[in-house]
Ligand binder design. Structure first.
Ligand code: NAP
Length: 255
């Protein structure tokens, strides 16, 4: 399956110390890539690096702790990966947070934090990576959106705005960088069981709403996102530009 082979490519996945980012990183690694894990909690990041390295082997998993919302940290980290380890061929903008508060009660600081972590981060990390990718004439960027890039629900207004923005940032990046040989696409997961959604899984009413609303009749798992991520990171998607692929068990196509 050479079309999907990532051997020799370096992949940076933001927010990959756990959850969806960690599963995607593992999947890209199994397809041959050398992985750079990222997060802010250094102990959790190092534990994740050691675990993945046990599977992929020595030298195949690196860790870069930086805050994706901090422009100076992002610039330094991308520069360090490029100079110390080699060219970043694949970037997955995955780091994200949630604040479940009705808009009327939402503090402006929480709005800002969600927008900074889920949207501005992709601009900051994507721009630094693209400086190198555009000069080389190739690269892959995958932005992790959400079903909330398209649909809204009460209590998650900032998140919904951030993911809608990220979907359109994917198009804006495509408008500017596709001509340099970079493919920028987005994955929009539906309801995936991770630490972020554990409170929803534990809420009996919400859990039955998710199951009733999802044609596949189950929560997604982080592993459900690996196939689409490998596709969008590989040569198999070389003429796929600016698209958002919904991986949601069918939730976004039914009422
Ligand atoms: P999660 O389990 O809460 O993990 C979040 C990851 O992001 C952690 O590794 C965390 O690192 C990292 N992170 C948070 N803020 C960061 C920052 N400022 N700088 C660097 N890293 C940061 O989340 P998840 O459920 O896997 O979600 C991952 C992505 O998928 C998010 O963008 C989310 O919106 C999206 N998504 C999730 C679902 C779902 O149902 N779970 C559905 C659709 C979309 P630390 O460990 O250091 O805090």
């Amino acid at each position: 399956m050479t079309l999907f082979d990532l051997t020799g490519r370096i992949a940076l996945v933001t927010g990959s110390s756990r959850g969806i980012g960690n599963a995607i990183a593992a999947g890209l690694g199994r397809a041959g890539a050398t992985i750079v894990l990222n997060g802010v909690d250094k102990a959790r990041l190092e534990a994740a690096r050691e675990t993945l390295q046990q599977e992929l082997g020595p030298g195949k998993v690196l860790a870069s702790a930086f805050d994706v919302t901090d422009a100076a940290q992002v610039e330094a980290a991308i520069g360090d990966i490029e100079s110390s380890h080699g060219p970043i061929a694949i970037l997955v903008n995955n780091a994200g947070i949630q604040r479940r508060v009705p808009l009327l009660d939402l503090a402006p600081e929480d709005w800002d934090l969600v927008l900074a972590t889920n949207l501005t981060s992709a601009f900051l990390v994507g721009r630094e990576a693209a400086r190198y990718m555009t000069a080389r004439g190739h690269g892959k960027i995958i932005n992790i959106c959400s079903i909330q890039a398209e649909l809204a629900r009460p209590t998650i207004g900032a998140y919904t705005a951030s993911k809608g923005g990220l979907r359109n940032l994917t198009r804006a990046m495509t408008a500017e960088w596709a001509t340099s040989g970079i493919q920028i696409n987005a994955i929009a997961p539906g309801y995936i069981h991770t630490q972020m959604t554990q409170p929803l899984v534990d809420d009996e009413a919400f859990n039955s709403w998710v199951l009733g609303r999802t044609p596949a009749d189950r929560w997604g798992t982080p592993e459900d996102l690996i196939g689409p991520a490998v596709w969008l990171a590989s040569d198999a998607s070389n003429y796929v530009n600016g698209q958002t692929v919904f991986i949601d068990g069918g939730m976004s196509v039914v009422v």
